[in-house]
Design a protein around this ligand. Structure first.
Ligand code: NAD
Ligand code: LMR
Length: 328
């Protein structure tokens, strides 16, 4: 029998996980022939609700699910884990920016980084979803010195998917016709969705969409403020679309990225595109199917893009300054 892959997920009784866990259990991460064991982590007051979610997962009788383990602390929950998806943390409400969550959520990632360092499998891969996700990933990584830096990522896949939809909708095509979208920087209101290297039907986006004022203005702010717009409309932050993005982030990390495209993840900066080393900054990447990735090199960065990339880097440096006590 194929050895199951152990997938730990924090915040397992929350809104995002109510869609994400079922899709992992259904085999959508690693395919129908790869069993998975779910290791679900919550805080003690949410364990009862988690038991309800577990009952529902079991009642789906998923053939790829080889077991569920639950834990009310990260050390037990990360034991032997191959993949850790860190969703647990407060979401923002109306009137807040994601960075307002640093003081509440930051300390969670100090203890989870330490727990991963101690308990996870040698090959563990980590993605942080909880906001502010880039800086939370930086805190997690800083507290797990035995795990290679490249294994820590934060989720900007939702921004990539939002960009695909906005471009397809404007051009009157489907999302399948849009490729090579790039998301640079922080998952925040400064993120920069770069379309100068993207294509629609293989043609530059700027040739297909001739409303360049929209491309430089409303399009970018729609992506930057999409999370806020959803909170204003629903009264709660995005959940199913975030769960979908988390699934796609991990699935694509373990898949071979086609040569003529890429996906976006916030990863450890190696200095590519002049971004300060060791920041968790979103870049376009290509994955090799074995859990490794390379930052796509050689993209053209015009003055407009460079300015936007600098702004989002500045914000990440500022956030890093606010959590100095958690990363030293
Ligand atoms: P939610 O409040 O519905 O669920 C969060 C869950 O996390 C709760 O059940 C809570 O008990 C649990 N939790 C809190 N602290 C924990 C800890 N220390 N260990 C384990 N579990 C813990 O929130 P949600 O809607 O599921 O959102 C979760 C996070 O994801 C928020 O921070 C939100 O802002 C973020 N988010 C990120 C993106 C993105 O694109 N990166 C998108 C949407 C939401
Ligand atoms: C999103 O982009 O939808 C999430 O990060 C939630 C938020 O606070 O905006």
């Amino acid at each position: 029998m194929t050895t199951p892959i152990r997938v730990s997920v924090t915040g397992a009784a929350g809104a995002i996980c109510y869609s994400l866990l079922f899709r992992i259990a259904a085999g959508e991460l690693f395919g129908p022939d790869q069993p998975v064991i779910l290791q679900l982590i919550e805080i003690p007051p949410a364990m009862k609700a988690l038991e309800g979610t577990v009952m529902e997962i079991n009642d789906c009788a998923f053939g790829t699910l080889a077991g569920i383990e639950i834990a009310d602390n990260p050390e037990d929950g990360f034991k032997g884990t191959n993949v850790a998806i860190l969703v647990g943390g407060r979401p923002r409400g109306p009137g807040m920016v994601r960075a307002d969550l640093i003081k509440m959520n930051g300390p969670i990632f100090e203890s989870q980084g330490k727990a991963l360092n101690k308990s996870a499998a040698d090959d563990v891969r980590v993605v942080v979803v909880a906001n502010p996700c880039n800086t939370n990933a930086l805190i997690t990584r800083s507290n797990a010195p035995d795990i290679p830096k490249e294994r820590f990522t934060a989720m900007t896949r939702l921004d990539q998917n939002r960009t695909a939809y906005q471009l397809a909708n404007k051009a009157g095509v489907t999302v399948n016709d849009v490729s090579k979208i790039t998301i640079f920087g922080n998952h925040s209101n400064t993120m920069y969705p770069d379309i100068y290297n993207a294509t629609i039907h293989g043609k530059p986006v700027t040739e297909v969409i001739t409303d360049h004022d929209w491309l430089k203005g409303d399009f970018i702010s729609t992506i930057q403020k999409r999370g806020k717009a959803i909170i204003e409309a629903r009264g709660k932050s995005s959940a199913a679309s975030a769960g979908n993005a988390a699934l796609e982030h991990v699935r694509d990390w373990f898949s071979v990225t086609p040569k003529d495209s890429w996906v976006n993840m916030a990863v450890n900066s190696d200095g590519s595109y002049g971004v300060q080393k060791d920041l968790i900054y979103s870049f376009p990447v290509r994955c090799d199917g074995k859990g490794n990735y390379e930052i796509v090199q050689g993209l053209e960065i015009n003055d407009f893009a460079q300015e936007k990339m600098n702004i989002t880097q500045e914000q990440l440096l500022e956030e890093k300054g606010h959590v100095a006590d958690l990363i030293d």
